[in-house]
Design a protein around this ligand. Structure first.
Ligand SMILES: Cc1cc2nc3c(=O)[nH]c(=O)nc-3n(C[C@H](O)[C@H](O)[C@H](O)COP(=O)(O)OP(=O)(O)OC[C@H]3O[C@@H](n4cnc5c(N)ncnc54)[C@H](O)[C@@H]3O)c2cc1C
Length: 386
């Protein structure tokens, strides 16, 4: 039977995570962001409670659940004002790729730390010159005896300072040019020849983005995840989870913005009655509520398809969900700021920071234009435009 209601178990998970995150809340998050602090205690607490690795296999410290579960965790954290970008990266992208394609030894080595938060893993594909066109990445792995030497540049890599390792997308020397034949390496952030420089960003978040310089970093043979020749399939395995998580990050932020704005609009009175009695304030918020619920529905559909093993069906739904969620979140943040009047751009109310945070969802991890390209080509059968 088709069901549009999440299982009681999933709903309970949401309640528990919301309760835990509300102990920290928005003030904790922005205080850490502005003082240069980190949200490590929240990260470790969600890890200890089994939420961080809920999608990973039980035999490696995970909860044995699916992407739908970890996406629910991500959304509830954001809905409490604590959006954690590393949720998208560490358990959902890196965790999924290693759980699906890593060797037994690699799973034992890396998954437990990803699951409990003590061994966070960043993910690096974006390069300054390749940008959206990942086929042009030039980070190269060269064989040296039974080791690898890795060299390249990456940009906008989130959370390198909080990670023990980075899952780096590279190509082998004999596949330097032509169609991308990627291979994935786990690179320790303290490796010799590995350097990360923070990029000053306008996002109010304790999680930072970095430029990464990789110069002849020497890696053991087993730093290569899975199969050198099946890298593209392995990389794609991380993409649907990435999009579903990014969508959840956005719908969580949208919910946070709408809740704050509705609460404010019920209280603030300047003429007769609270400002929320004016349709100019109420309708945009109602619109955002509708758009956010629609995006949540598509996100849940994408997660359900993915967890049922339908990678292809999940691909279309995940792209659509990610698009809809980012749009809903940007509009919700804008309307929420407007509903707050001058308070909307004070640090005390912390609403304006949401404008940039939600805006990032239109750019990363995949831009809205590339999603529109995907839907035009794959859903509508239109010619490839690039
Ligand atoms: C907050 C944040 C965190 C990030 N974290 C990570 C991370 O952890 N790891 C990682 O690897 N990367 C990360 N990124 C990078 C992110 O994935 C890229 O910024 C994104 O893929 C876009 O690439 P670009 O910035 O090089 O833009 P460009 O590729 O230069 O694109 C610029 C603009 O042109 C448009 N465009 C390009 N090609 C086409 C086309 N064919 N058709 C239509 N429009 C097109 C794009 O949509 C975009 O609007 C992060 C980015 C941000 C902002």
């Amino acid at each position: 039977m088709t069901s549009f209601t999440e299982s009681e178990e999933r709903q309970e998970l949401r309640r528990q995570v919301a309760r835990l995150a509300s102990k920290y809340g928005r003030e904790y998050f922005t205080e850490k962001a502005r003082s240069g602090g980190k949200t490590t205690d929240l990260w470790l607490e969600i890890g200890k409670n089994g939420y961080l690795g809920i999608n990973l296999p039980e035999e490696y410290g995970g909860g044995g659940g699916g992407i739908g579960d970890i996406a629910a965790v991500c959304e509830e954290l954001a809905a409490q004002g604590c959006p954690l970008l590393m949720m998208v990266v560490s358990p959902a992208i890196c965790g999924t790729v290693i759980a699906r394609y890593g060797t037994e030894e690699q799973k034992q080595r890396w998954l437990p730390g990803i699951a409990d938060g003590t061994g966070t893993m960043a993910f690096a594909i974006t390069e300054p010159d390749a940008g959206t066109n990942s086929h042009n990445i030039t980070t190269t792995a060269r064989r040296d005896g039974d080791e690898w030497l890795l060299t390249g540049r990456k940009i906008y890599i989130s959370g390198v300072d909080e990670a023990d390792n980075v899952l780096v997308v590279a190509r082998t020397e004999d596949a330097r040019t032509g169609k991308l034949k990627p291979c994935l390496f786990v690179v320790p952030t303290d490796a010799e020849g590995f350097e990360a420089k923070p990029i000053p960003m306008e996002i109010v978040s304790p999680e930072k983005q970095f430029q990464v310089f990789i110069d002849d970093v020497r890696l053991p043979d087993d730093a290569l995840v899975g199969d050198e020749d099946a890298g593209l399939v392995q990389l794609f395995a991380g993409l649907n989870p990435e999009r579903i998580m990014a969508a959840s990050f956005s719908t969580g932020l949208a919910r946070f913005a709408i809740d704050k704005a509705a609460a404010y609009a019920k209280e603030r009175t300047v003429f007769q009655g609270p400002i929320g009695s004016h349709q100019a304030i109420a309708h945009p918020l109602a619109q955002s509520k509708i758009e956010t619920e629609l995006a949540r529905l598509m996100t849940q559909k994408a997660a359900a398809l993915y967890d049922a093993g339908d990678d292809l069906g999940a691909g279309e739904a995940a792209n659509m969900a990610k698009y809809a969620a980012a749009e809903a979140a940007c509009d919700a943040a804008d309307r929420a700021v407007q509903a707050h009047g001058g308070n909307g751009i004070t640090q005390e109310y912390g609403m304006a920071g949401l404008l940039v945070a939600t805006r990032a969802g239109r750019i990363a991890p995949v831009s809205r234009e590339m999603i529109l390209n995907f839907v035009a080509m794959h859903s509508l059968g239109l010619p490839k435009s690039y």
